[in-house]
Write a protein of this length. Structure first.
Length: 134
């Protein structure tokens, strides 16, 4: 997961650089609003049968969504809960959600996207790249 975070930091760096080159002194500062990974294993503490236990939570096709006042949320979001971006497809809406306390039943995990009509491999077989380009 550190590779993904480092990659996003580099992308943000080059976007800021291009932003300044195009807009010059008019460029406003750009800062990420929030950065959270999906498809990751994180160490997290949970209350299981009355005991606090540290678990390795694996989220495949999911991301975490902590509720308001959770200690692992950055201070500026703590009063509302962890932001979760749910992108839609080209023809559907996208959503900005926040975690809720009931999410603890699922280790505060939630989906991170709209899903697919077919798997990547099925799409590659059905739509070969050279045919898509034509």
């Amino acid at each position: 997961s550190n590779y993904a975070w480092a990659n996003r930091q580099m992308i943000a760096h080059f976007i800021r650089k291009a932003w300044k080159e195009v807009l010059g002194k008019k460029a406003l500062p750009l800062a990420p609003l929030y950065d959270v990974a999906h498809n990751i294993i994180k160490k997290e503490k949970y209350n299981i049968e009355g005991r606090e236990i540290e678990l390795a939570v694996h989220r495949k096709g999911a991301t975490r969504a902590f509720p308001p006042e959770h200690s692992e949320i950055p201070e500026k979001y703590r009063s509302v809960g962890q932001p979760v971006l749910i992108p839609g497809s080209m023809g559907t809406a996208s959503y900005v959600l926040v975690g809720q306390k009931e999410g603890e039943e699922a280790f505060f995990s939630t989906c991170h996207g709209a899903g697919r009509m077919m798997s990547r491999h099925a799409a590659i077989r059905r739509f070969p790249g050279n045919e898509v380009v034509r």
